[in-house]
Every structure is written in structure tokens, then in C-alpha cells.
Design a protein around this ligand. Sequence first.
Ligand SMILES: NC(=O)c1ccc[n+]([C@@H]2O[C@H](COP(=O)([O-])OP(=O)(O)OC[C@H]3O[C@@H](n4cnc5c(N)ncnc54)[C@H](OP(=O)(O)O)[C@@H]3O)[C@@H](O)[C@H]2O)c1
Length: 270
Amino acid sequence: MAPSGMPHVIITGGSSGIGLTVARLYRARGARVTLIARGAGLLDEALALLGTGETAAEAADVADRAALEAAIVRATERFGPCTILVSSAGIVEPGAFADQPADLFDRQIAVNLTGTANAVRAVLPSMRQAGGGRIMLVSSGAGLIGIHGYAGYCASKYALRGYAGALRSELKASGIAVSICYPPDTQTPQFVRELASRPPEAQVIMGTVKPVEAESVARGIVGAIDTGRFETFFTPTLWALARLGPLAAPLINAVFDRQIAVLGKRNRRS
Ligand SMILES: NC(=O)c1ccc[n+]([C@@H]2O[C@H](COP(=O)([O-])OP(=O)(O)OC[C@H]3O[C@@H](n4cnc5c(N)ncnc54)[C@H](OP(=O)(O)O)[C@@H]3O)[C@@H](O)[C@H]2O)c1
């Protein structure tokens, strides 16, 4: 068992993108870091980047509850109780709901929502043992507004907001602070893959916003964990969507519907 005092940060999705950048920031502070993801190749590359000493990797699918629990038990035996969990593992499968195989919808819920709950459930005994902790859930701007072609993804990321709200209240008395963040489009390998299959109807809406760097999202995440802030939005637009979205929804929907109708007309003409 590792000596107490040094944070042990467990990051699901820690082998790439936002999760890997958060891992780098914590390693720079001297924290012990465990990365969890499925692919051994990316995990090995991440370990090479971060240096092995106080960094370790566990290969597990967050949707596989037993495998994830076993990975987190091994991690806590190695580095001590988990004091910070960053749940960043996530997938996105753009496509019209009616045309998409049901498996793709189910898989987004299984990874993004159930996978997050699996990770939280698995670290709770260890956080209680440590007398407290911090949990950060990575949702998305797509958890604040319904986007054409993202039904499964939006459903999973919206659900995280309700989950985080309930969890925050339940865990507060145990000294475990729950946070959630809603990144906008962010320059990561997932974003590059997503763009290739983003429906044009979504691109007319989302393509107008410049993606942010993973570094600035990761800094926002670490800052929110430091202060125990509940919600982080990264941009004024996402803040406004979260705070005023339900009021503004009829107007926003009307603007988006018109843009999509114009696109449809243009496509029919060409
Ligand atoms: N990039 C964006 O524009 C953006 C915007 C808003 C929100 N987000 C959210 O931010 C989080 C990180 O995204 P990212 O852009 O950094 O993606 P990324 O670069 O593709 O990284 C995703 C990470 O999650 C892991 N992962 C995926 N499925 C997994 C599973 N079933 N079990 C365990 N690990 C899994 C991946 O490794 P393996 O594939 O090897 O498992 C990888 O380490 C996601 O939750 C995403 O929805 C991203």
C-alpha cells in the first residue's frame, strides 16, 4: 500500500485526448496516476509519455462492471485509495437515430452513462476508506442541447447531468465532492474521428464554433477539482445554454430548424 498524503488519481479514458492531458497535469504535480482504457497500445504510449514511476495503466472496458472493479482494486492495491476519479472514457457515434443500428445507441449509453456509474461505484469504497475524495464526470456541450444526429450521445451526456446532481447531494456528507463538466468541441483524436461522420445538419450548427484545445479543457477540469466546483462550462455560450437553455430553447430550435431546412433545399437543388 502506498503511503498516504499523495493523491491517487484514477482516470478512465486516460490513454488519449482530454483524459491523457489531465493525467499529464497531475503527473506534473507529482500525483500517482492510474490510467484506464481498453487498448493496450494507447495505454503503453501514454505510459511512455508520462513516465512509469508513479503512473500505471489498467486495461478494462468501463462498460464491463466486473472487469472495471477488478482493475480499480488492483490500482488501489498498487497506489493506495483513490482520492480523485476523472471519468473521461466516452464514445460518440453520430448518425440519424432512425437509420442507426440499435447497438450503436445502446453502446453509447453503456460506455458514457453506465460506464461512468460503474467507475464511481468502484472507487467509492476506496474514497470512503481515505475519508473523502473528488469525482469529476466528463459530460459534453451535447449534454445541454439536443443536436441533430447525436440522439444516443446527447441522451447519455444529458443523463450524466441528472446523475451528477443526485450523486453530489448523496456524497456531500461523506466528504466526497462531485463535479461535472461540459466541454465544447475539443481537439482530440475522438473529435477528428467524429468530424469524419458528423452529419451535415449538425455541422451547419456546430461547425461555426472553433474547437478548443485539450489543454484548456484539462486545466479547467483540474481547477474545478481543486476548488470542488460542481459545474464547469468552459465557454460563455455553454454557460448560457446551461443557465438559460430551457427558456431560449424555442428560439434556438427555430433558428436551427431554419438552417437545416435551408441546407436540405440546397442539397435537393444540387
Ligand atoms: N473531443 C471533444 O470534442 C469532446 C467534447 C465534449 C465532450 N467530450 C468527452 O470527453 C471525453 C474524452 O473524449 P476525448 O475527445 O478525449 O476522446 P478520445 O481522445 O477518443 O479518448 C477517449 C478515451 O476513452 C477511452 N475509452 C473509450 N471507450 C472506452 C471504454 N468502453 N472503456 C474504457 N475506456 C474507453 C479511450 O481508449 P480505448 O478506446 O483504448 O478504450 C481513450 O482513452 C469523452 O467522454 C467525450 O465524450 C469530448
